[in-house]
Design a protein around this ligand. Structure first.
Ligand SMILES: [Zn+2]
Ligand SMILES: [Zn+2]
Length: 206
């Protein structure tokens, strides 16, 4: 969802597991905390490690199109400070502060997913700073498409299938629209659409 200078992710409720609020402990090796799936809530230090990790994946995956990462700063915020238009967001990219903000009630693996999605928005926003010019479908679809490629590199493959099969008309259909463009015409075609907001025949995408 896009509003004025904020590009935000509203809902990925399918990620929210039943362990919220329970006492859980992490059995992961310290070096693998960024991929932790033990149900532990996100903390600032792990969030920073995760964002740095995703940024490395981002530059590897899109090295032909991206010279530096669009956002390297992250901040956690409590759920009640994440309410945008009456809904609680899991994360958003704040273009004024040039930082990513994520909900501190997320578990570590959920936070990783949200960050991957918001990296897509941040990239998009730097190229196309007028959010009103971008349809929600194209914005959320692109963010999910970026997220899919980053998460694929992490090896959390079931998250990739969730992105692919998400029934949501914005997130799911938006992703699948970009994905079929990629399958037919390649990665560059997707990036060109994101950059130019024109379709493959040169018309403006609604
Ligand atoms: Zn979003
Ligand atoms: Zn763990």
């Amino acid at each position: 969802m896009i509003k004025s200078s904020l590009v935000s992710l509203w809902v990925i409720l399918f990620l929210l597991g039943p362990t919220l609020g329970q006492q859980v402990r992490c059995d992961c090796q310290p070096a693998l905390r960024h991929l932790c799936r033990c149900g532990v809530l996100i903390e600032q230090d792990v969030a920073e490690i995760q964002l740095a990790y995703l940024n490395r994946l981002m530059l590897a995956e899109f090295r032909d199109f991206l010279k530096e990462s669009p956002v390297t700063t992250i901040r956690l915020a409590p759920a009640h400070k994440m309410v945008l238009k009456g809904e609680s967001a899991q994360g958003y990219y704040d273009s004024d502060e040039q930082e990513m903000v994520i909900n501190d009630s997320l578990q570590r693996d959920q936070a990783l997913m949200v960050m991957a999605h918001e990296l897509g928005h941040a990239w998009h926003f730097q190229v196309q700073p007028d959010p009103d010019a971008i349809s929600d479908f194209l914005a959320e679809g692109f963010a999910e498409w970026v997220s899919y490629h980053l998460i694929k590199r992490t090896g959390l493959v079931e998250f990739c299938s969730k992105i692919k099969t998400n029934p949501d008309p914005l997130y799911g259909n938006g992703f699948r629209w970009y994905f079929q463009v990629e399958q037919k015409f390649g990665t560059e075609a997707v990036i060109n659409i994101m950059r130019s907001w024109t379709d493959l025949e040169g018309g403006r995408v609604p």
